[in-house]
Design a protein around this ligand. Sequence first.
Ligand SMILES: [Zn+2]
Length: 481
Amino acid sequence: MLHIYNTLSRGKVPLEPTEPGHVRMYVCGMTVYDFCHLGHARMLVSFDVVQRWLRASGYKVTYVRNITDIDDKIIRRAVETGRRLGEVTDFYIQAMHADERALGVQSPDAEPRATSHVGDMLHIIGRLEENGLAYQADNGDVNYAVRSFPGYGKLSGKSLDDLRAGERVAVDSGKRDPLDFVLWKSAKADEPPESKWESPYGLGRPGWHIECSAMSKSLLGLPLDIHGGGPDLKFPHHENEIAQTEGAFGGQLANVWMHCGPLMVDSDKMSKSLGNFRTIRETVGVGTSLSPSSANYDVNAREAEMLRFFIVRNHYRSIQNYTPDNLRDAQSALDRLYQTLHNVPAAPVHIDWAQPAAKAFRDAMDDDFNTSGAVAVLFELANEANRSGSAQTSGLLQALGAVLGLLQTDPAIYLQSPSRFTGAGQVAESLDANAIEGLIQARAEAKKQKQFAQADAIREQLRQAGIELEDKPGGTQWRRV
Ligand SMILES: [Zn+2]
């Protein structure tokens, strides 16, 4: 049985969907005003693995991941670039979808946009007002009265006093308590007209937190079986979602709360000010296809799968450190699996979960999505396939890889793709496929002419560029190492 670490209860709990056999999962998605970064990659891949494993376990899954398409940052980006809000958000949604495709992330069942649910948000705000949990301040904003909700702090495990320490009320905010947060922002004169909605509180727009309370309830109903998100959302975003939904409707917002861990770059938190901020596209895209004005780009399949593998081989709750050494290590580990599939071509296999390796894989995944344990099983299978030459074992390796969204590229194509994380060094300095084929032909010609020294010299030249040759009955094959 699948057990999941529940942030709310601080321990592993069995997954018991409200509707047996059907898991309703909501994950907080992107605010679409910029390209997705590596922290987003970790969140996208982690919850993709969760939904894949739920489906592989036989559950029906309804996976909803929202899009925040109204926000201060979006308004700022639109004003700065002279575009309409919808142009900005459509562009970054397209770019996000390109990133998901690159990383092998399957589309959620629904991607609601906040701007399509403003009515639902106003409905919740109305109920909160009736329940004495919301008030309109002098500046027109409607705020949540945190001190009136007894459960506030239960997710982050902090008391109101802990949370309040260090907080100060901005003089003009109209808040009664420093922790009170905005449900409805009153419109400012200089904001674009498409950022304003009519409401009983005057012209304005929703705060960020209320969006998720509205979309999760309207698409999935309460309580959610799983609510997930990135590590920085626990407080205040998810604490506020609980206060809103439970304050308005009673009961519980979600039975299980899942948070993936942070992704650090060279042991530091990723930030634009530290200069270690990396987008997904600049990590896995082909340089010449990257343009800030284009949402789509060409993907280096080998590096993209390496990034996914790098994320998947770590447990989703761990702190993950993105460093050149760790990436090189991930690349050579993934290469080993592909080399096995290349050496021992896989037979199509239907997974028998009673088979010992498959069972070990399942036990690992059922233990709070322990992908590190599951990946260890893949390496055991690779060793066995290399030893025995069994196409069935190789087939099981590929089939279990598919459950994690890995190992689905043709091994020959994968091994011929360039990677900046292999011994050959920078992609830019290595040979392209045409040049390699040309040299292989020249070498074959030299051999035919019995100019063996020259043939060997070409082989050595390729070897130094990170290309290994293998002479087979049908001709010479090559791969990058
Ligand atoms: Zn949210």
